[in-house]
Design a binder for this molecule. Structure first.
Ligand code: GMT
Length: 375
């Protein structure tokens, strides 16, 4: 197939899922065309089946808000026409689904029919999309998509709860490439971070409010009172300065490292013993899946789709959102007992394997085929 993928070229979340999916489709022989405003973060190599079409937004003094959606729709029209795409797969509803709707209408004037599939990722439904500012457009463009997928059952349920959706939504879970995300022997790195054999806790995110990164620090401070440990904070965003200050206030800064944005997250996960994800909202929790694939158990909140990934008492523990004491105690329970920690590590990997790219990729391929045939 010739597939157009529209996404945000971001380091995490929907951008990573879209890019990894495109790369896997290209490896499987499909021609994949990325349409976005910047080279996607993980699309940093050459492949005969991968193409990248940049969306350039012209600046003009009149535009306080340059019309990205129009530039994107125009680019989609050109790419579909001249590359003769079979399907457009847009990741994250805003503004990709509405831009695709516009492109589809324009293409119809050339006698071209292009099926559009929208994948819902989370905040496009739970936070941003549900905002009155965007809601009518999001509802309309989801209903106008030929196919709609959601990355968890919880996100599918939320979409029906928050919007008036007539479309059938297919759940296709996020996936992991186990060739890249696996435990790597990095003993020298582990020794450098935890020279006295301390346990290593880790958190990766974009440090937005929704991630509750200050809870991560508070949980760690409580764990560190009982178990000598270190915390690695990976990523960057608006909450980082507050977290750094909180570390100073709680007197734990000597045991915390803020590593900023990192490409080789799997290297950091490989030296870690426990992943913390106390999010306020999380449609799936891809970062937790990456950790589990590297044999790192997860202590998380019960937000959104997290219970579909993290199995309470098996791959880690789940506590209510904001239950800092509960998450700290759960972390201590795992970390203070070698046998339990090792069992949870094995369980985490076994669970991650059920989200192997090899199982999920065919689900997307057959869904594309179905939507192309039906539309
Ligand atoms: O979590 C973020 O803030 C990024 C966001 C995105 O859309 O890029 O992530 C969402 O999509 C990921 C991939 O499907 C999911 O694993 C995340 O759980 C989801 N984030 C939220 O729902 C908050």
């Amino acid at each position: 197939m010739k597939i157009g993928i529209v996404c945000y070229p971001t380091f995490g979340g929907s951008g990573v899922v879209a890019t990894e999916l495109g790369k896997a489709l290209a490896d499987n022989g499909h021609k994949v065309h990325f349409i976005t405003y910047n080279q996607p973060a993980r699309l940093d190599f050459f492949s005969e089946n991968l193409f990248y079409h940049e969306v350039a937004v012209s600046k003009y003094p009149l535009f306080d808000y340059p019309p990205y959606e129009l530039a994107l729709a125009s680019r989609m029209v050109d790419v579909v026409r001249f590359e003769q795409l079979d399907v457009l797969h847009v990741h994250y509803a805003i503004p990709h689904a509405s831009a695709a709707f516009m492109a589809k209408q324009i293409l119809a004037t050339y006698g071209i029919h292009i099926p559009v599939i929208t994948t819902l990722h989370g905040t496009d439904i739970t936070l941003v999309g549900n905002d009155r500012t965007y809601k009518p457009v999001v509802t309309f463009s989801i209903n106008q998509s030929d196919g709609v997928t959601a990355v968890s059952q919880h996100l599918k349920d939320d979409t029906y709860r928050f919007f008036e959706i007539e479309k059938d939504i297919r759940v296709i879970y996020n996936f992991i490439d186990l060739k890249r995300f696996s435990l790597k022997p990095r003993d020298h790195f582990k020794k450098a971070i935890a020279p006295s054999g301390e346990r290593i806790l880790v958190h990766t995110s974009n440090f937005r409010k929704v991630k509750r990164t200050q809870d991560v620090v508070r949980i760690f401070a409580k764990v560190n009172e009982v178990i000598p440990s270190k915390l690695l904070m990976v990523g960057d965003g608006q909450e980082r300065p507050e977290c750094e200050q909180l570390c100073r206030d709680l007197g734990v800064m000597d045991n915390v490292r803020f590593l900023g944005k990192q490409d080789a997250v799997e290297e950091i996960l490989s030296v870690s013993d426990l992943f913390l994800m106390p999010s306020q909202s999380e449609s799936f929790g891809l970062a937790a899946l990456e950790a589990m694939a590297c044999k790192v158990p997860v202590v998380s909140s019960n937000a959104g789709g997290l219970p579909e990934l993290n199995v309470d008492g098996e791959t880690g523990y789940i506590r209510d959102i904001g239950d800092i004491d509960g998450m700290a105690q759960a972390s201590i329970d795992i970390l203070q007992d070698d046998a339990r920690l090792n069992q949870f590590k094995e369980n985490a990997l076994a669970r991650a394997k059920t989200f192997d790219l090899a199982f999920i990729l065919p689900q997307y391929e057959s869904y594309y085929q179905q939507i192309i045939e039906e539309s």
